[in-house]
Design a protein around this ligand. Structure first.
Ligand code: PGA
Length: 256
């Protein structure tokens, strides 16, 4: 992390977990535990928990995000939620292009770009996920892939709008597998993403961008990952579902 240049953000990604009563008890437990954080704290929750999360986090330092949004403003898109609907509720963040959406729900670099632009236009902050599959890493095309995902996702996003974009580097092979990227691997790709941003925009824009690592980040490995200059926080799946585990990661970011 480099907190003088950019904000460090620890974001939970609850995925398809927690009923409303479960969400309520997790948030109530978490609120006092992270109240003194000196990094950004975000919880990205299922649509059904957004209202609960917004109510319970009022007046606290916890920000609320959704896990996806559609790119059209409204219309005949059964089962979808628009960025405007989220913004109107008071939601601040939205995760876009998570690898689970790419793998299981037909998300492509093009639809990631459309969603990113729609979310920015609605006034949301985007946590844009990029990451390679294991075979990409083995074929030594990680950088090409990350560069392509980043460039396509940000097509049409202006330098000014980039302030509302966070990138989460999530190697697909590390998600939910317990197999974390080493701190050096995470730092290498986060640094590469920063170089890519510098090429598309400029160095100042790249220096100011929050670039998170995600993939089996937990209480034990967080401090080492966050000790890397280019790793500005984390997108946390499994470990965000338990208040003490998530808090330990927030504490690691506080100290870094
Ligand atoms: P994980 O998930 O921490 O459970 O590996 C991270 C993510 O998918 O955002």
């Amino acid at each position: 992390m480099n907190k003088t240049l950019r904000e460090a953000i620890i974001a939970g990604n609850w995925k398809m977990n927690k009923t409303r009563p479960e969400a309520k008890s997790l948030i109530e437990e978490l609120k006092p535990m992270v109240a003194n954080a000196n990094c950004g704290v975000v919880i990205c929750v299922p649509f059904t928990n957004l209202e609960t999360a917004l109510q319970l986090t009022q007046g606290s330092n916890i920000k609320v995000g959704a896990e996806n949004c559609h790119f059209e403003k409204s219309g005949a898109f059964t089962g979808e939620i628009s960025a405007d609907m989220l913004a109107e509720m008071g939601v601040e963040y939205v995760v876009i292009g998570h690898s689970e959406r790419r793998q299981y729900f037909g998300e492509t670099d093009e639809t990631v770009n459309k969603r990113t632009r729609a979310a920015i236009e609605a006034g949301l902050k985007v946590i844009l996920c990029v990451g390679e599959m294991l075979e990409d890493r083995e074929n030594n095309i990680t950088e090409e892939l990350i560069s392509m995902q980043t460039k396509i996702a940000l097509k049409g996003v202006t330098r000014d709008e980039l302030k509302n974009v966070i990138i989460a580097y999530e190697p697909v092979w590390a998600i939910g597998t317990g197999k974390t990227a080493t701190a050096d691997q995470a730092a290498e790709v986060c640094g590469f993403i920063r170089e890519t941003i510098a090429k598309i925009y400029d160095q100042e824009a790249a220096n100011g961008m929050t670039i998170q690592y995600g993939g089996s980040m937990n209480a034990k490995n967080a401090a080492e990952l966050l000790s890397k200059e280019d790793v500005d926080g984390g997108l946390i799946g499994g470990a965000s579902l338990k208040a003490p585990d998530f808090t330990a990661i927030v504490n690691a970011a506080n100290e870094g």
